[in-house]
Design a protein around this ligand. Sequence first.
Ligand code: T1G
Length: 699
Amino acid sequence: MTELNPINDAVSYGYEGNVALLCINNPPVNAMGVAVREGIMHAVEVINDQAKAKVIVVYCAGRTFIAGADIREFAKPPMGPSYGEALSALEDSALPTVSIIHGTALGGGFETALATHARVGISGAKFGLPEVLLGIIPGAGGTQRLPRVTSIAYALDIALSGRHVSVEEGARDGAIDRVVDSGDPREIAIATGREVIEGNLNTRRTADIDVAADDAAIDSALSMVQQKNPHLINLAECAKAIAASTLPLSEGLEREADHFRVCMNSPQRSGLIHAFFGERAVSNVPEAKGETRKLDKVGVIGGGTMGSGIATSCLLAGLPVRMIEVQQEGLDRGVTTITKNLDGAVSRNKMTPEARDKALSNLTPSLAMQDLDDVDLVIEAVFEKMDIKKDIFTKLDTICKPGAILATNTSYLNVDAIAKVTNRPQDVLGLHFFSPAHVMRLLEIVQGEQTAPDVLATGFDLARTLKKVGVLAQVCDGFIGNRILGHYSKVASYLVMDGATPQQVDAALEGFGFAMGPHKVGDLAGLDIGYMTRQRRKEEGPDPKERYAGALADKICEQGWYGRKTGKGYYLYEGGAPVPNPEVDTFLDEVRAENDITPQDFSDQDIVDQYMTAMISEAARVVEDGTAKRPVDVDMVFLFGYGFPRFRGGPLHYADTIGAKELVTRIDTYAQEDPTYWQVPPLLRKMADDGTTFADLNS
Ligand code: T1G
């Protein structure tokens, strides 16, 4: 095998006969950093100058072709040659250039392939332009070159969805010129080069291809993005850039650069890139590393909404599940729900009917807890009552084999108190799923005082297996998410008691980017859950100085109205879109009269400011006392478990766009009205004093 000559640490070149190989090797995903761009430009120049070859074939070492621009460089000042310069070198090369795609050619990676004169995909490989998922648009010619080799309509589909496409599908639509059987990219590069020289594979400069205008496709794309994602600015910028592909390439590339700059300067870009790296950072903690215990068989106790959702999630991941219930009726209900969940996955083409049948064959329903004696992990998902959970863990302690992991799906309760009823507290942790558990990607992994390191690492292992975003949380009432929710949801009630309406609060927060406002979420989840939590808190003796936030909700629940499931809550659910429940206004007047409140006007911005400041305050306390390891952990909890708008990056990433000083000023102002509820967390005051940001606390 010919030795390759290094251009720099990331790029090398060599010759196999008169085939020139240009190899990129920049682990872990061959991101197109400055060294790769410099290396490509220099290699193309040298190979053309040396005139030893008849074709240049670009391929990558490692597990994938170029997976895009190096996203980490976005936060730094521009360095080295631009993407445009590097790719023009490939396109304008006198020698034909060809790309060999394996793994995933994404963003700048696929744009590199589009700049070469032919694209060969190795079976199983994928390509795509996922830049929109990062708040930007393709910025290295993708919006101009993809329409040239396919069409404007196709480019709109690929670039606006950000989806990963198989090379087989790409070959059908013209994006890929040939698909070959899987094999070593270098060997395939050599063979492909010979095919080009022998005239068996055509090459052509993408720039030379004209694009047929398609205004209809552009117009429908622009109205579609306005309807589906009214908050995101980059989707329309992307469609407009693609519309410019009918111009000569050089002009089109300038237009693309203009639209790209608009997105780069938008805070949405930093929010979405924070989300990209945050999703990876939460499992990049020592607790997620190290030895794990085997996870071949799982037991789930409880066939209710959570139990059957958790069982479905495990079955979807190929894990055999033993589901335990106390009565046949409950067991049957659980099996029915699981079957419905799996059927839903089939109807959404997420799995084949055969895979569904296989998953169902992996489910063993049982009324005997004794049947859990050989499972590796038990997840308890029964009623949120401490005595019931303690009783179950006492039994599990005698039934389960040594080394089995005992997990509770409690949303609030003290995991240590549950662990203490067993003789194996080191094998106990919290695994807090979110409803619907087979859909929601968040998994709070709750570390008890005595939870063993390998048990914790196994929790993260399970998250990976279930394709969940596992976030480490310490024990407290409600862990990370529900504790913060418990605090800021009060502000939504205070705003309504003081003058706003439930629908105004919901509309203001939906305008901020939440998919659903808090009152609609309450109606969806069931207002009875909040009612029971308030009753439990009343028994535990609430802070007498704090304003009671549940007055209106209690009145609604005392009518037996729990939201969607009863057809009535803050809204009426009579088939069409939910409409505000007029009787709530009557209750509101009563609550204000009973509390001697003169309603005041709130702007939507006032509502957002108070709501977000409350969320940020409690989030700061959660980081301060170590319940969450870092601000990014809180952010990911809210992105993957609480419908927080992804383009804002999470509550603490958003907090940095306001600044600690302004937040402290706000809280001090609000505290003049209510000093009990509004208190500045010491961490926030310190950050205001020394100018640190939550981003600083992540590093
Ligand atoms: N830049 C920098 N680092 C990256 C990266 C990238 N593009 N992609 C991945 N990484 C890191 C990641 O953070 C992780 O690091 C490690 O690589 C493994 O990734 C001009 C401007 C390729 C499908 O959006 O979708 O091109 O956590 O854990 O699950 O138009 O990574 O180990 O320290 O995700 O096997 C467009 C992003 C960029 C693709 C592999 N490209 N990457 O998934 O591994 S914008 C993308 C992915 C662009 C141009 C524009 C996935 C993957 P660490 P991983 P994986």
